[in-house]
Design a protein around this ligand. Structure first.
Ligand SMILES: NC(=O)c1ccc[n+]([C@@H]2O[C@H](COP(=O)([O-])OP(=O)(O)OC[C@H]3O[C@@H](n4cnc5c(N)ncnc54)[C@H](OP(=O)(O)O)[C@@H]3O)[C@@H](O)[C@H]2O)c1
Length: 247
């Protein structure tokens, strides 16, 4: 009987993960560790993981100096980054006509500008064949979203898809692949803000009838980082329980 092939063999590789204190980011950290990687796990809150292969860093992803410092600490500890996985993100809320400029900027900075900062500063460590970047979009980036997450969220997640395409082209000669995972509703703390009625309404829109799990999203990230996806760059992986089908 042959053993089940491992999706990702990351022994000796280094993954840099943002949002590691959240649902999907934590699942990515756990799977990278299971695949043999060393992991730089970042969040604003303290990362809870005592594995010796984990470097825990406090990181506000909108702050360029903090991003540069986190990359410098990664270089000092591991010397390289093989996988940059940017899962940190936040939702907004409410109607566009009631959205303040400050709240718009906070969401755009957290979701979109952060990706630019991380990619810019990680590039020297990523620059080698086999390196992989995975950003995090959303079904809202494809279908326009709603007041439940707000205009800045939908707009920033759509922009990340095109940042993915841009970087995929620019960095292909270096051998760096760049892809984005776009979940629909995922059973993580991000959805705790919704009422029971809102949960029911959301689930009713899902052909599969249930939210994705953080582990299912992390599995998609592992695939995108793996040799199975060697020919994939600039792609948008749809993990939306069937919510987004027509695009
Ligand atoms: N859950 C869903 O239904 C869903 C659907 C579509 C897309 N997504 C996307 O999936 C990604 C992960 O979300 P999740 O579901 O895992 O949500 P989550 O459990 O709420 O986690 C969010 C993560 O983002 C981090 N974060 C937020 N703002 C940050 C900042 N300014 N600087 C540094 N870190 C920051 C949080 O860190 P701290 O808590 O330490 O501050 C936390 O680790 C996000 O990009 C989200 O937009 C989620």
């Amino acid at each position: 009987m042959t053993a089940t092939p491992t999706l990702l063999d990351a022994a000796g590789k280094v993954a840099f993960v943002t949002g590691a204190t959240g649902g999907i980011g934590k699942a990515c950290v756990d799977m990278f560790l299971g695949a043999g990687a060393s992991v730089v796990a970042t969040g604003r809150r303290a990362v809870a993981n005592d594995n010796a292969r984990v470097l825990k860093l406090s990181l506000e992803v909108t702050d360029e100096a903090q991003v540069a410092d986190a990359i410098a600490k990664t270089k000092a500890r591991f010397g390289t980054i093989d996988y940059l996985v940017h899962m940190a993100g936040m939702v907004g809320k409410g109607r566009l006509d009631q959205l303040s400029l400050a709240d718009w900027r906070t969401v755009v900075d957290t979701n979109l500008t952060s990706a630019f900062l991380l990619m810019k500063h990680a590039y020297p460590l990523l620059r080698k064949p086999g390196a992989s970047v995975v950003l995090c979009g959303s079904s809202n980036g494809a279908n326009g979203g709603s007041h439940l997450s707000g205009a800045a969220y939908a707009s920033s997640k759509a922009a990340l898809v095109n940042l993915t395409r841009y970087a995929a082209k620019e960095w292909a000669p270096d051998g760096i692949r760049v892809n984005i995972l776009s979940p629909g509703p995922v059973d993580t703390p991000m959805l705790d803000r919704l009422s029971d009625i809102q949960h029911e309404g959301l689930k009713a829109q899902l052909p599969l009838g249930r939210y994705a799990t953080a582990a299912e999203c992390a599995g998609g990230v592992m695939f995108l980082c793996s040799a199975h996806a060697s020919s994939m760059t600039g792609t948008n992986m749809n993990v939306s329980s069937g919510l987004v089908l027509d695009r």
